[in-house]
Design a protein around this ligand. Structure first.
Ligand SMILES: *Cc1c(COP(=O)(O)O)cnc(C)c1O
Length: 374
């Protein structure tokens, strides 16, 4: 290389897409603190505090609760890789991208998957699961709590009933719900859950907190074969997060500092107050979008407050509007995925980004971007 690149100087964006979300300043500060060893006594305390705060945010007492080293998808893969043995029957709700990704991951683990197909932009009903199950029994029933590709919120308790009927463990994706929507893993009877740091926890991407109930942990111990993935094998990783502190892989120390601060911020605000803030700002955004004459994708009772999908009006250039927002306002919103590509925008108000100031900024920026089109 003839000239050395300059030191990085990233722009300050306002991240109102489907994640990553704006990172709280004290979390960026935590990331920059001195790195210690992954078995340093100081770090062991950090780990214990992360675990106990995570339990509170997940709404669980599950012993097996800790962050995986990897993004949200690594948590998805961890759940399926540890709970599935080849040939296992699995029932998965698919009404968006992430349900579809679960199917792919489960099949790669050797599962025989029955898909519960639903309309994109609508929640799935318990009866849709019952019909697809057709009286058979299943090892796992899996669903996405907050479907970020469409902005749909899925009610979990009715799916627990179906899981009981088909004899399945209940597995839930809470990547976008954690710290934005209250989670009650124990109250709802969820057996395995995975999440991510870069949505409503307002941390950079890089960790995936997971939690396994006693029934899920029993399923893991009763496996007839080793978990196929060495890196994601919870029977080994739980020895590092547990009292043995046995080295498995080097924990991403500074990311865990970041998660520690993110969890601390969420609990300091209060989970109910945080959920109410997300609700209030989400509703204000929806009202403002409708006042601009735009059409929302999801019916009110199934909407997520932290992610709103809105239809792109006919004749409006998706890319040009998003470029206008980025270039003139430093504002990022998301485009559509899969069948919704080019048809919707996805606006996230997640974690530190869920503020009335961002709602106002987004609405006024979108208004000028749309009028620059006509
Ligand atoms: C973002 C997201 C994922 C994937 O997480 P990555 O961090 O991108 O790997 C999975 N499920 C849902 C619902 C998500 O929003």
């Amino acid at each position: 290389m003839s000239t050395l690149p300059n030191a990085l100087c990233p722009p300050h964006r306002v991240l109102l897409g489907p994640g990553p979300s704006d990172v709280a300043p004290s979390i960026l500060g935590a990331l920059a603190k001195p790195t210690v060893g992954h078995l340093d006594p100081y770090f062991l305390t950090v780990m214990d505090e992360v675990r106990s705060m995570l339990r509170e945010v997940f709404g669980t007492q599950n012993e097996l609760t800790f962050p995986m080293s990897g993004t949200g998808s690594s948590g998805m893969e961890t759940c399926f890789a540890n709970l599935i043995e080849p040939g296992d029957e699995v029932l998965i709700g698919v009404n968006g991208v992430f349900g579809g990704r679960m199917v792919d991951v489960a099949e790669r683990c050797g599962a025989v998957v029955t898909r519960v197909e639903g309309e994109w932009g609508r929640a799935l009903t318990a009866d849709a699961f019952r019909e697809a199950a057709a009286g058979k029994s299943f090892k796992i029933l899996a669903c996405v709590h907050a479907e970020t590709s469409t902005g749909v919120s899925q009610a979990i308790p009715p799916l627990r009933e179906v899981a009981n009927e088909v004899g399945a463990l209940l597995l839930m994706d809470c990547v976008t719900s954690i710290a934005g929507t209250p989670l009650k893993l124990d109250g709802w009877g969820v057996d395995a859950a995975y999440s991510g740091t870069q949505k409503c926890l307002s941390c950079p991407p890089g960790l995936s907190p997971i939690s396994f109930s006693e029934a899920a942990s029993d399923r893991l111990s009763a496996r007839s074969k080793k978990v196929q993935s060495w890196y994601l094998d919870l029977s080994m990783i739980s020895n590092y997060w547990g009292s043995e502190r046995a080295y498995h892989h080097t924990a991403p120390i500074n990311m865990l500092y970041g998660l520690h601060e993110a969890l601390r911020l969420a609990l300091e605000e209060g989970l109910e107050a945080r959920a109410e803030r997300h609700q209030r700002n989400g509703e204000a955004l929806c009202a403002g979008l409708e006042a601009l004459g735009l059409e929302l994708v999801v019916p009110q009772e199934e909407r997520l407050p932290q992610l709103t999908a809105v239809r792109i009006p006919d004749g409006v250039d998706d890319g040009a509007v998003r470029r206008h927002l980025l270039e003139n306002y430093g504002l990022e919103i998301g485009g559509g995925l899969g069948p919704m590509k080019g048809k919707v925008w996805r606006i996230g108000l997640m974690g530190a980004g869920s503020t009335s100031r961002n709602v106002a900024l987004c609405l006024s920026a979108l208004k000028t971007a749309l009028s620059s089109q006509s």
